[in-house]
Design a protein. Structure first.
Length: 417
């Protein structure tokens, strides 16, 4: 049996991968999530975690092969349970560095790895000192512990930074905790990349390497698309080496990770290490493009460790190009039509549409890195074909041509990366 803590999106895909191989999965939910347990129909085995002694006693009787996080909300408990049960786990001394962004940066810096200037501020006095140290550059304020770009604001001046701090400080983050500290960093120029990995006994396998493209609307980021790199050029390999050092620095020895990095004039700099699967992976497009998915490789690490070990010595190469586009609406209101979906389906390389809102649903422009109004996948042998189709989808977004709502209120992207 495999225990998956707080499964969501890709955590469900992980459960499917194990169950397809004939392995039972127990979905373990924590106190804020009883409604998710009630709605869980993927596994016949579910449970609620109330306290460590009770959960450990129950799991000991089941002799699980592994305890894995099924989302960002499962990282801490999964690793603690795995360690106490004597199962593969990460360095417990660095547990905080895998979920707290301030501690993460500190742990990486201690290993002599370059990081952006980072300040965890608790009050307006701390904020003023951080802004003075950073100087005239734009800054980013964000929650110390969060996921999906929630609570991330870009500020071009002192006044907007003070306002952003007032908005974020004390607010509950997506982990359900009040923000007593806000992270302040300079806005980093340059392209952004994401590296997905699966680790075993301290060795890291790169499963995917993505270009990440964001738009900034009202100084908040929203994902435009991810584009899978088929081959790694010298700069990409530099990013991989940097990411592997960061994983070591935060004690990530086992399991999946999704690490985001910016290439700046000073070289690669860390955005964050997420010690769990990349969110919202849909299995079929990935198998069509590269023959596996991030959840599938994590499952393989436990089900066929010999095969997984052989992958560690192979050079990274994706068979085909793949992109995931985040579909957006420019209007607030009730969804009345989706006129752009037909045009997207006809684009070269189109594979599938996922997580689409139903007609009549309330929709609004999202500033999250999630598929709140659906997504589209493209898979093709030619990368330029995929890029051309991505440009066409973006033009549809600019024209607000994907969805139609019953109001004329709309927002537009003010900047992009």
């Amino acid at each position: 049996m495999i225990v998956i803590v707080n499964p969501q999106t890709s955590g469900y895909r992980l459960s499917e991968a194990f169950q397809e191989a004939g392995v039972d999965c127990l979905h373990l939910y924590t106190e804020p999530w009883p409604q998710r347990r009630a709605a869980d129909t993927l596994s016949p085995y579910t449970a609620m975690h109330h306290d460590l002694p009770t959960t450990l006693a129950a799991l000991t009787l089941k002799s699980p092969l592994a305890v894995l996080p099924g989302s960002h909300w499962g990282i801490e408990l999964a690793d603690e349970l795995a360690a106490r049960l004597g199962l593969p786990h990460n360095d417990r001394r660095l547990a905080t560095a895998r979920t707290d962004k301030a501690a993460m940066v500190t742990a990486v810096e201690r290993q002599g790895i370059a990081t952006p200037p980072t300040f965890a501020v608790r009050n307006p006095t701390d904020l003023a000192a951080a802004l003075a140290a950073i100087g005239s550059r734009p800054v980013v304020l964000k929650h110390v512990s969060t996921a999906g770009s929630v609570g991330c604001l870009r500020c071009d001046g002192r006044a907007s930074a003070v306002a952003a701090f007032g908005e974020l400080h004390g607010q509950r983050n997506r982990m359900g905790r009040p923000n007593d500290r806000i992270l302040v960093q300079p806005y980093l120029p340059g392209p952004q990349f994401a590296v997905n990995t699966v680790s075993s006994e301290g060795r890291h396998l790169v499963t995917e390497f993505y270009e990440q493209h964001y738009d900034w609307t009202s100084d908040r980021p929203s994902s435009r698309h991810l584009l899978l790199r088929r081959y790694l050029d010298p700069r990409d390999r530099q990013v991989v080496a940097y990411v592997e050092r960061c994983l070591d620095a935060v004690g990530q020895r086992e399991g999946a990770a999704h690490t985001e990095v910016r290439i700046t004039p000073e070289g690669p700099l860390l955005i964050e290490v997420n010690c769990r699967l990349m969110g919202e992976v849909h299995t079929d497009p990935y198998f069509a493009a590269i023959g596996y998915s991030h959840p599938a490789i994590l499952a393989e690490r436990y089900l066929d460790p010999q095969l997984f070990t052989t992958r560690l010595d192979r050079a990274y190469r994706a068979q085909r190009s793949l992109a995931r586009v985040y579909l957006r609406t420019g209007g607030n209101g009730r969804l009345s039509a989706s006129p752009g979906l037909g045009a997207i389906r006809r684009l070269p390389g189109f594979h599938s549409l996922v997580e689409l809102p139903r007609r009549g649903a309330q929709v609004s422009p999202s500033n999250l890195s999630i598929l709140s109004t659906g997504g589209a996948y493209f898979v093709h042998d030619d990368e330029q074909t995929v890029r051309d189709s991505l440009a066409t989808v973006f033009a549809l977004h600019v024209a607000d041509g994907v969805f139609r709502t019953d109001t004329a209120t709309r927002e537009s992207a003010t900047a992009s990366t």
